[in-house]
Design a binder for this molecule. Sequence first.
Ligand code: GDP
Length: 366
Amino acid sequence: MTEKRENYKSALKVQEGIEQPSSLNADYINKMKAARQPVLSLDEFVSGIRAGNRTILSKAITLIESSLNEHHKLAQEIIEKCLPFAGNSIRIGITGVPGVGKSTFIEALGKHITNIGHKLAVLAIDPSSERSKGSILGDKTRMEELAVDPNAFIRPSPSAGSLGGVARKTREIIILCEAAGFNTIFVETVGVGQSETAVHSMVDFFLLLMLSNAGDELQGIKRGIMEMADAIAINKADGDNIEKAKLAMAQYKNALHLFPPTDSGWIPQVATCSAYTRDGIAGLWDIIMEYVAYTKANSYFSLKRQDQSKNIMLETINDFLKDNFYSNKTIKSLIPLVQEEVLSDKISSYMAAQKLLEAYYKIINK
Ligand code: GDP
């Protein structure tokens, strides 16, 4: 700031001006400070997460998503320490074709449950790297109310990567969110590909959102996805659409009757709702609560989680074996050569695979 120099006798008078901003902008300085800050220690991460500190939770999630080895190692240690405090939540998968209203619905159901005291984490599985077509959670503004709700935590999908990798990371993120005190987890995915199976393998309850033009929708959604659903919600049951939605509900109920009984003994429910008017939203939550009570009473709830944990272990082994094989330098150079032999009919595909595997066994047994 310029100094007032009233007593200074000179023709050159320094005018008192407005305060000038410092030459470096404060945001920049803060960013530099943050960058220079040491990475938190394992204990700081764990106690921060346990205390529900969102900044620390977000940082830990970033470690999970990172492809750096040192980050991966620290992330695994954090997860290990958080594991004893995880598991105490209801994990709900939500799927449906782009445009069915997933974001709007998550906002509606999310607000309903945070209003009644739940702490909600919203995650997503979106393995497609292109985020253009109906990408999910990419745009938080679609969940305006939840985004500023102190009882909600929204985290977009780990970007790009194989579905297996993204799914594993999401499972790990669930553990951290639970350890941070979130007792309800939503995992959103687009109902058009393989990702529903991945989501189904990590949640307790799977909700399929549909629209009232049942005929078209039944074709768009694969039968397999309908079979996974614990409930189907016909969304956009508002205005002129209410009657159509009711009709669709009856059609889906009939369709579900033709499916084999579920392992849990639970009869999948069909309901209508409007994420706009929020009619039917509370009813859907009641259905989820009924499911939880039902499956906890018959022990299916914990059996399913045990089964999921076992599968995750086996999947992880598969992934690592595969990675190890394909990233091996010798194997990498051998594959095109052996492939050539297959293409020129010198050896069968089976023999070619054997040859490569034998080469691999030799390397690892050395
Ligand atoms: P997503 O792609 O499945 O996430 O769908 P969005 O939540 O982005 O919604 C797609 C469009 O449907 C948006 O224009 C929403 O405003 C609209 N929409 C969502 N839910 C409802 C609803 O319950 N009723 C009506 N009439 N429109 C809705």
